[in-house]
Each structure stands twice: as C-alpha cells, then as structure tokens.
Design a protein. Structure first.
Length: 401
C-alpha cells in the first residue's frame, strides 16, 4: 500500500489507510518503522475524529509581553530546577544573583541557557539547601544582610503533591501524601526559612503545590509562617493561583506565600480568559527546535490512542487526549526516578514531546533542556511556568519596591 502524500487525502481517508497498516502490523512493532515503510512519519497519524475543533481565540501569554520594571532588584533562587521562576523574574528586570540546585542535570540546563548566572550545584558545588551552613558561606560574599532583594524558593513538591501520589495504587504505601514525614524533602521548607531569617531579604516567596497548605491541617506551614513573622516579616495569607487564569494554556495550580519587611500590600493580578492548548500545539516546533524528539510508540498503543475522542483517556496507558479549545491538563514531572508522563496531542495520536510540554509551560522555544529524555520531562514538569513567574514578579515590584 502506497501512502507517500498524506496531505492530499482527507483525514477520514488517512485514518482508513492507516487502519490497514496497523491491522497488518504486530502489536509490539514500532509504529515509526511501520510508517517509514510507506513514506510517512508519526506526525502524519490521525484520530478517528480529527480536526473537528481548533483554537481561534487569542494567543497564549508569553514572556515578551512583560515590561522590564524591576530596575535590577537582586533575586536569589533556591530549588531552582530548570529555571522557570528565574526566567520570569529576569524578564521583569530583576538581577539574578545566585541559584541553588542540587541536581546535576538541572544545573547543566541552567548553565547552558544562562552561562553568566552563578549556579551553585554539581559538579563544583553541592547545591543542597539542607546544608544550610554551606549555603550561607557561599552566599555571604555575594549579598548583604539584610538583603535588599528577593529570595524565592519552591521546596521539592512531590511529598505534598496529590498528582504525584495518584500515580500509585491506593493500596500502596505511596498513595497518601507523606509531606513533612518525607525523610529529607519534607524538611526543606524549614531549611529555606532558616536561610531567609539569616539574610533578611526584603521580600521572600515560598512556592509549592496547594497540598502544602492543606497538609496536617496547615500546622506545618503555619509553623514556618510563625517563624518568619517572629523574624519581623509581614506575611500574606497563602494564595493558590490557577495558571490558566493568566494566559497560560494549561490548568496548573501553585500556592504562593509572600512576606516582606516593609508595609507593602500584595495585590492579585487581573485574571484573563482561558486560552486553549491549541494556541501553542497547532504548529509543529519543526526539525530545528531542540527537545522535540517524540516517543517511539508500539503499534498497539497507537491503535488505542487513535480512537479516542477529545478529552478522553486511554485507561491502559493512563494518558489523555487534549482538547485544543481548552487549556491542557497539568504537565506533570513524575518522580525523581522516572520522567513525567505527557498527554496525547489533540490532533496527532501520540504523546507530546518535551518541547510541546515546554510550550504548555510557556518556556521559549530557544530555551533548551539537557540530559536524558526522561530527565527533560522531569525538568519541564517540575517548573513554575515562566509567564506565571513574570506575573508574580511584576506584582512584587508594584507592592514592595
């Protein structure tokens, strides 16, 4: 069967011809090899119900829409990850003083994209915030105390995350959120608080998943806030932000706690209409854009995916077909031992690439992620969307500087 020019046929005819290909292939065959045999690639695949919906609304928000208003206010980040928070602050005009990240692959990503940033992490530094004395020694030559700038930190969120723990069986030990009982990560919040108290930045930001606020009835977060208040901070009530409310084409909730040494009052930014994920996924990143390698699916997986309607889930693979007229479901990171599981493209029956997930997170296409593919997914899924960070940074300037 010859299928060298799929663009000349209707989606219905493409689906019929591809059905014949799949029927004649073994379930475990590599779908890409099957397609290449007839002159196609994986992006030529179509769903049974294909291209029935499209996004024709406004574009997703981007970093280019933000003004540089901070005039060099210094910022230090902790638990930096791939740098989503840092990119947002940078775009608003903050001066990046230092970043602390203990994962060596993540550090490579930071240094590759921002070689002038001072990144404390492997291989030359530890980058572990739990080693507070070491962090203090490294920061002391770089900043004053009190520090006329901002500290931002998002302790690893997996111990507090509902999404991460729903990956496990309800009968398993990992189903319930372990939170502060986690041997190491559950205490990193207090390590960050101790560093804040030591350097006295004018403003601090704690970022995490909403589960941090609700765990233990809020007792642990409350204890951290009491410590900060006793150090002289005016601490705002924890706020849960929905990323989709600020032009990001993804449903993603993050919790922020702000504190300042002055009397400024933080005001929530104005919300905007939601943007469909088709705003960033309708156009392919193309061969020159990095991190767009797609997974080599088995024929059996594609056979299941291609019959899904918009918004429906493949129960076996636990992946969902996105709807182009709605924000994407949350891009997840997975655990530290495995990459995140991406969703299905709204118009191509395959999982999203790292680059497509990064677009949903509002990373610029030129920002690249290093390391194995699974680690790239982890970096993207763990990140604060840069646009959300820039929205936050803008409000911090107005409120406290």
């Amino acid at each position: 069967m010859l299928m060298t020019n799929p663009s000349s046929t209707s989606p219905e005819e493409q689906f019929r011809l591809q059905s014949e290909l799949i029927a004649n292939a073994a379930e475990r065959d590599d779908i890409l090899s099957v397609l290449e045999g007839v002159g196609q690639n994986i992006d030529d695949l179509v769903y049974a119900k294909s291209r029935l919906l499209s996004w024709d609304g406004p574009k997703a928000a981007s970093l280019n829409q933000f003004k540089s208003i901070a005039q060099g206010i210094p910022v230090v980040s902790f638990f930096t990850g791939a740098g989503g928070m840092d990119l947002g602050f940078e775009k608003v005009g903050f001066q990046h003083k230092a970043a602390f990240e203990f994962n060596e692959v993540f550090c490579k990503t930071l240094r590759a994209n921002r070689p002038k940033w001072q990144v404390f992490g492997p291989p030359n530094h530890n980058g572990d915030v739990s080693k507070k004395d070491e962090v203090i020694d490294q920061l002391t030559p770089l900043i004053s105390s009190p520090f006329e700038g901002v500290f931002v930190g998002g302790p690893p969120c997996q111990p507090f995350s509902i999404a991460a723990n729903q990956r496990f069986s309800k009968s398993g030990e990992n189903f319930k959120r372990v939170g502060f009982a986690h041997e190491k990560n559950g205490n990193l919040l207090f390590d960050f608080v101790d560093i804040v108290v030591h350097f006295k930045p004018r403003v601090f930001v704690i970022e995490n998943v909403p589960g941090l606020r609700d765990l233990d009835g809020g007792q642990q977060l409350g204890e951290a806030i009491r410590t900060l208040k006793s150090a002289g901070y005016n601490v705002e009530e924890p706020e849960v932000w929905e990323a989709a409310d600020y032009g990001i084409p993804q449903y993603r909730q993050r919790m922020f706690v702000f504190g300042s040494l002055n009397e400024g009052r933080f005001k929530m930014p104005k919300k905007r209409d939601h943007v469909g994920c088709g705003s960033v996924l309708a156009t392919s990143p193309g061969p020159t854009v990095k991190n767009h390698e797609t997974r080599r699916h088995a024929v059996g997986s594609i056979a299941r995916y291609r019959v899904l309607d918009y918004g429906k889930r493949d129960q076996l693979g636990r992946v969902d077909r996105l709807t182009p007229t709605r924000p994407s479901k949350t891009v997840i990171a997975g655990g530290t031992n495995g990459g995140g599981r991406s969703h299905l493209h709204p118009e191509i029956p395959r999982t999203l690439s790292v680059r497509e997930c990064a677009r949903l997170q509002t990373f610029p296409d030129k920002y690249t992620f290093l390391g194995p593919n699974a680690r790239q997914f982890t970096q993207v899924g763990n990140a604060v969307p840069p646009v959300l960070a820039a929205t936050l940074a803008t409000q911090i300037v107005y409120a406290f500087f």
